[in-house]
Write a protein of this length. Structure first.
Length: 368
């Protein structure tokens, strides 16, 4: 591939299981974007019998984005499950390669990125994009799997794309994609790089001092050790993500209140507790405080996560420790006594996307 043109948007995209996160460097700051990883196909009539206009009119909360391409329209992001059957809720490797659902999610994120460019010198009609993407450790730990997934992404993503988001036309030309990057490694980039993509920490910290990255996401808990600027150890906690806390909460609510909630609804309750410290849901038409039940479910998960980290990292007294991911704040509280020197990354939910956006600034790094 020839060198990337000058009028380029260098962005990071983390297509996580729970949320898709995007980031782009804008002057003296990084702009981030979060979209729930939910996609549904629209139809003339919704499953509750209401038309699209009837569904969206007068409802509270964020509505899904409407993403249209190739003659079809998809709902993407918040609240999709209220309006349509969720299509993109897979946990296999192939969800990261080509599918209509992945395209809808990616197009929604690219729309956010290009619509938020504020550089007056950039031609608003020439949206050339170079994209750095991160994938779960289990996808990239085997070279053959990493190559296959990256080839699959590049096969459909490189080139020109035209689509509509909420009836607004967007045209982009993706000139470069780099995807064989593990999510914890991208988090390390965020910790060590400045906005120009240069190492901002002391050189000794990267060449000599070891660093553990603990990434507690939706479906996994990934642990990565970096020594001498290289990955020297990695461990993966299958099914140790916040999703497991949701499953345990679902069991509790079913047993106590005969409630059967979807995985995404349970995840929403977990997020509510992490954000507000209080959780309410509806039981037989009445608002019910389920804060204690949610706390119990999360605490049970964090006990398992702590045991896994102890086995993977030992006492980790000689290394820096950085917690990232959607469960980082809860994890830091749980692990504070055992690892008082550990810290939570800035904006832990978007840490990986921010690290990718910084790495994308390095000259030549996105040239393939």
């Amino acid at each position: 591939m020839k060198n990337i043109p000058e009028n380029i948007i260098r962005a990071g995209f983390d297509p996580g299981y729970g949320n898709g996160k995007g980031a782009v460097v804008m002057a003296d700051r990084i702009k981030t974007f979060i979209l729930p990883s939910l996609v549904g196909l629209t139809a003339a009539e919704r499953k509750d019998g209401l038309t699209m206009g009837g569904i969206f009119r007068g409802r509270r909360g964020a509505a899904p984005l409407r993403v249209a391409f190739d003659g079809f329209e998809y709902l993407v992001g918040p609240g999709v499950e209220e309006y349509a059957t969720v299509l993109m809720d897979r946990m296999d490797y192939n969800r990261f390669t080509d599918s209509a659902e992945l395209r809808a999610m990616t197009y929604a994120m690219l729309h956010h990125i290009v619509e938020n460019q504020v550089n007056p010198e950039r031609n608003s009609h020439a949206h050339n994009i170079a994209l750095a993407m991160a994938l779960p450790v289990e996808v990239v730990e085997r070279e053959a799997d990493a190559d296959r997934v990256e080839r699959g992404i590049r096969a459909w993503l490189l080139g020109e794309h035209r689509f509509y988001v909420n009836n607004v036309e967007t045209s982009v030309n993706v000139v470069s994609v780099r995807a064989k990057i593990s999510q914890p490694l991208a988090a390390w980039f965020e910790w060590g790089l400045n906005l120009a993509g240069q190492w901002s920490q002391e050189k000794e910290a990267f060449i000599k001092a070891p660093a553990w990255i603990g990434d507690l996401g939706y479906n996994t808990f990934d642990v990565l050790l970096i020594e001498g600027g290289q990955i020297s150890d990695r461990s993966r906690g299958d099914q140790l993500g916040m999703r497991r806390a949701g499953e345990r909460l679902g069991d509790i609510l079913k047993r106590k209140y005969s409630l059967q909630l979807s995985p995404r609804s349970l995840d929403g309750l977990i997020r509510q507790w992490l954000h507000d410290g209080k959780v309410e849901t509806w039981v037989e038409g009445r608002s019910m405080d389920v804060t204690a039940e949610t706390r119990q479910a999360v605490s049970s998960l964090l006990t398992d996560v702590a045991k896994f980290f102890e086995q993977a990292a030992g006492k980790a007294r000689q290394a820096r420790i950085v917690w990232v991911g959607g469960g980082a704040l809860a994890l830091a509280t749980r692990m504070q006594s055992a690892y008082p020197h550990a810290g939570v990354s800035y904006e832990p939910i978007t840490t990986i996307a921010r690290g990718l956006a910084k790495m994308a600034q390095r000259p030549g790094w996105l040239v393939s």
